[in-house]
Design a protein around this ligand. Structure first.
Ligand SMILES: CC(C)(COP(=O)(O)OP(=O)(O)OC[C@H]1O[C@@H](n2cnc3c(N)ncnc32)[C@H](O)[C@@H]1OP(=O)(O)O)[C@@H](O)C(=O)NCCC(=O)NCCS
Length: 148
């Protein structure tokens, strides 16, 4: 059975997943200090993670989302997004933001997110090494937003 809950502090930080979504350990560590980490668990195995941060009273962001390859396409990503959205609603947020790259824009649009803006060369300027997703070199960040 799949259980989604806040990631228990006594467990090791699931860097394998977090770095799959964001290859910068520096950024991942920065967001871990100020965000809420959720985990999706099958028995004791961590199948997926989602990291939620808050920009202000009204706006939150899913800053990291990753599902182990063997558990992908089983709606775990969607469930983690819903969990993060519910948490943000409980905190009174009105918007959820996501920054991604072109290959995943449709994925988030299916979850109700709408195009907001493009930050040109974000992945080139903010990462020390090239960021490659499924063989595609990522350059621009696409920002999406959803009313909660
Ligand atoms: C993106 C990711 C979190 C999706 O999680 P998931 O649990 O596999 O996704 P779900 O089961 O909720 O959704 C499956 C749907 O998303 C689509 N999808 C999954 N991964 C996708 C990808 N990389 N690109 C485009 N579409 C994708 C599937 O085709 C499927 O579409 P359908 O509903 O029309 O059949 C997962 O593929 C992943 O961890 N990728 C690597 C890390 C990453 O890129 N994270 C996002 C950083 S912004």
């Amino acid at each position: 059975m799949l259980i989604i809950k806040q990631y228990p502090q006594e467990l090791e930080i699931p860097y394998n997943l977090l770095l799959d979504a964001d290859p910068s350990k520096k950024l991942v560590d920065k967001y871990l200090t100020c965000g809420i980490l959720f985990g999706a668990f099958y028995e004791k195995e961590t199948a997926g993670v989602c990291l939620l941060i808050f920009h202000n009273k009204f706006s939150a962001e899913i800053i990291n989302l990753a599902v182990l390859e063997k558990y992908q396409n089983k709606s775990i990503g969607k469930s983690l997004i819903s969990m993060a959205e519910n948490q943000a609603r409980l905190f009174g947020c009105k918007y959820m933001e996501i920054g991604t790259a072109e290959p995943l824009v449709k994925y988030y649009e299916k979850a109700g997110y709408k195009y907001h803006k493009t930050i040109k060369n974000f992945f080139v300027e903010n990462y020390e090494t090239p960021v490659i997703d499924n063989g595609i070199l990522l350059k621009d960040m696409v920002r999406l937003i959803k009313n909660l």
